[in-house]
Design a protein around this ligand. Structure first.
Ligand code: DX5
Ligand code: ZN
Length: 218
């Protein structure tokens, strides 16, 4: 489906070769590059921060879509904006002042996204929709790649689609996306699909065969 954007998550790429890995998936048709930032506090895993984003930025021609699985968010917004993020997505569960956080993201000149954990209802973002460019529905519990898709999030995605109406807001799905689960989510109203393990499949620049045909097949 050419109208659906595919955003490979570099969480499943070779961490020692991010530049080459990003270039390879872009050459194979990736629309955005999804960058998973984890702090070992909001989620039980640690990845990387603004310095890594700045290092990979020159290797990315498309949108750098940065998913912040961190709390607090506000002290780091400026650094991620300076690192070249095009979209900064914070979690609605990240703190009591998410409205202020989204103001700060847009204030830094970056597009703003809001992510929802699987247990969080669609209604949690109702009063934030006038300040975001993207809503990210987590279809796994954030923290790790390669987990099983949570089917209850299909109905939540339908609710969000209806709530958003004709506003120009992307619905992004993150977690467990495969050629089998992708059509369920586009039918529910999603237009951006994040895919980590389905794209990279344990590949690397020294073994580039795994990606490529997988990307647009999703
Ligand atoms: C999970 C991350 C996802 C993850 C998706 O915390 O936000 O972006 O990389 O990986 P897969 O596609 O393997 O579920
Ligand atoms: Zn993500």
């Amino acid at each position: 489906d050419r109208t659906t954007k595919i955003a490979p998550s570099i969480l499943a790429a070779d961490f020692a070769n991010f530049g080459a890995e990003c270039a390879a998936v872009e050459a194979q048709g990736a629309d955005w590059i999804h960058v998973d930032v984890m702090d070992g506090h909001f989620v039980p895993n640690i990845t990387f921060g603004p310095a890594t984003c700045a290092a990979i930025r020159p290797h990315i021609k498309t949108v750098m879509d940065v998913h912040l699985m961190i709390a607090p968010v506000d002290p780091y917004i400026e650094a991620f904006a300076e690192a070249g993020a095009d979209i900064l997505t914070a979690h609605v569960e990240a703190g009591p002042h998410i409205h202020r956080t989204l103001q700060a993201i847009r204030g830094a000149g970056v597009k703003a996204g809001i992510a929802l954990n699987p247990a969080t209802p669609a209604s949690a973002v109702e009063y934030l929709l006038d300040m975001v460019d993207l809503v990210c529905v987590m279809t796994v519990n954030p923290g790790f790649g390669g987990q099983k898709f949570i089917h209850s999030q299909i109905e939540k995605t339908r609710q969000l689609r209806a709530m958003i109406g004709d506003r120009p807001i992307h619905i992004e799905i993150d977690g467990g996306i495969t050629p089998e689960t992708a059509p369920l989510m586009t039918a529910a109203g999603a237009d951006v699909l994040v895919a980590g393990s389905a794209v990279f499949k344990g590949g690397s620049v020294t073994n580039p065969a795994p990606y490529g045909d997988n990307i647009r097949a999703i």
